[in-house]
Design a protein around this ligand. Structure first.
Ligand code: SF4
Length: 279
């Protein structure tokens, strides 16, 4: 049984909170720059230019890309042959606390959804753990801004709605989001499972490399078709019109019940933050 200290997890989470907020991951940066070259509208090109300048300043000056530094969503895959010496949840939350304090990141979390007192250190994280084979711990930190989170949707479709129903659900969510999700967006989609499973898949899909496609042939085609159709909506960078409304559509699927077809659409802005470490 391999030993991993809780303090190693804390350090990794701290570093990733800062890293993800100061600079886009290489896959996002590359996709962003490719899309900027593809934009044809003069206004869209100008917005891309401003967004790129903002990204460059954040990276050079080591400051956050956006004032909304997000709620820290953390995925931890724990190998079954690993023993963590300490409390995993506490270790993750301590990493978030340190990262947001020492990285001068905005504290955006309230302790209670109705009483709304700020926790003042951006804790707690939203932590998703999975047990996996092996002797490693894989941690993904994805600080999520709420301009785009608020525009996300779940659709409990009927099986008869089929693939066409799924396409319409995705287009409806993106069209309704419009400029409020700070486009160009990344669209995470979960299809199947249960109510909560499809939402979790949609969130997890946002952490996938935006230059990778689904390994499932029909899903891969659906990702490409939806990216083309979303860009055909003309919402454009900053919602001011143009050819690039989305940078990527990442879809995950899971078996579901004979009576249902859940679809979740988790929208992220162009500041689709994610950082990963393997301990
Ligand atoms: S949606 Fe994204 S770009 Fe817009 S304010 Fe939130 S984090 Fe910033």
């Amino acid at each position: 049984m391999r030993e991993i200290q809780a303090s190693q997890i804390t350090q990794a989470v701290r570093d990733m909170c800062i890293e993800a907020n100061y600079s886009l991951s290489p896959d996002m940066r590359q996709r962003f720059e490719t899309a900027a070259d593809q934009e044809e509208s003069p206004l869209g090109k100008m917005i891309f230019g401003q967004l790129k300048e903002n990204l460059d300043i954040a990276q050079q000056d080591q400051i956050p890309i956006c004032q909304d530094t997000g709620m820290a969503v953390v995925f931890v895959n724990v190998g079954q042959e690993v023993h963590i010496d300490g409390d995993l949840t506490a270790a993750v939350n301590e990493g978030v606390r340190l990262g947001y304090e020492e990285g001068y990141l905005r504290k955006s979390v309230v302790r209670d959804p109705i009483e709304r007192e700020n926790t003042r250190d951006n804790t707690p994280a939203v932590l998703h753990t999975s047990l996996v084979p092996g002797d490693q711990v894989e941690i993904t930190v994805a600080p999520k801004g709420f301009g785009s989170e608020n525009m996300s949707r779940i659709f409990m479709l009927k099986p008869a709605d089929g693939l066409e129903g799924v396409k319409q659900a995705i287009l409806t969510a993106v069209r309704d989001a419009g400029p409020n999700a700070c486009p160009p967006m990344v669209v995470g989609v979960g299809i199947g499972g249960t109510f909560e499973k499809c939402a979790l898949m949609a969130k997890h899909a946002l952490t996938r490399d935006v230059n990778e496609s689904s390994p499932i042939p029909y899903v891969r085609e659906l990702e490409q078709e939806m990216l083309n159709r979303i860009n055909g909506l003309g919402i454009g960078p900053g919602g001011l019109g143009g050819a690039i409304t989305a940078l990527a559509v990442n879809i995950e699927t899971y078996p579901t019940h004979i009576a249902g077809l859940p679809v979740a659409v988790n929208i992220c802005c162009h500041v689709n933050r994610h950082a990963k470490r393997i301990l």
